[in-house]
Design a protein around this ligand. Sequence first.
Ligand code: FES
Length: 365
Amino acid sequence: MTVFTEETRERAREIIARYPADRSRSALLPLLHLVQSEEGYVSPAGVEFCADVLGLNKAQVGAVATFYTMYKRKPTGDYLVSVCTNTMCNVLGGQEVYDTLAEHLGVGHDETTADGKITLEHAECLAACDYGPVMTVNYDFFDGVDPQGALGVVEELRAGGRPMPTRGARLCTLKEMAVQLAGFADEREGAVADGGPGEATLRGLRLAEQHGIAVPGFDPNTPIRSKAEADQAAAKAKAAEAAKPEPAKAANGARPTTGTAGNAGTGEPAPAAAVTGSTAPDVKAPDGKSPQVRTAETRQPDARTAVPDAPGTKVPAETTPPAPRDAQKAAAAGAAANPPAGDGKPAGDEAGAQERNLKEAEAQK
Ligand code: FES
């Protein structure tokens, strides 16, 4: 009997519907958060559920679920307390915070208190080094913590309180947070507006204001465009580009001059240094597109957007690109043309390399 409710199934359908029909496996990450929101961790039943709704096998789902630390593999407490013990936080006292909590709660890394309230973990950089040492509770930040402050937070949590994080929305349980991570809005009245960004986050902005630095044409109120609107803008920019008149050629075939900075006598454009002050050589753009067109296309890439192949990739020798619906076939062809590296060792580490190196070293003595 499944442990997942009809509501969860409905949400799963909603998540899958966000992806193109032939790319539904991309829904796996939010779906894993969804099953975690139900049970507090990704159980074997959760893996089976995801495999079932996406038409994958359990090994494929398990491979993803075990790769990311945010997917828990055993029951987790209501509050996941993560203490950063990475370099910056560590020198500022992060390890001391972690050790104090571990001793006080009587649990180690990835362990849960007997009352099921708190799971403690030490975390790698939480991307808030400028607030170190930091700890998060269900991914909400407590900045500049010291051992006493951290103890105060966990004790309040165990007593049923919900202390306010330094930044961001007010705390919720790990299961509630997993619903949000699955892509559903925080429904609590005013929760999202609870906390503004911290001063360290705004420092760059303040300095820019102070020194009058601004990105040309930047408008923070610019709405995020839909794909259709972006496509329209790209098409319009392309048409405007195409409608531009060709630069007139001089009668002798020489290129036109570039005003005072150009070499009026020869018709050659001015060297880069004369125009921009740069001594770097001019690098020709890979295509003749205007920066506006390229930016519009980069923001909203589609199947036709050119993407350079990674060095060493062998592109399957097919003259006609596969139709979007043949993506799985194309993926299989790509995988067949690029066999895995066997033991995963970097080139040069193959069997016998060390022996050869030793022999060469011997020979050079
Ligand atoms: S080292 Fe702790 S947030 Fe970066």
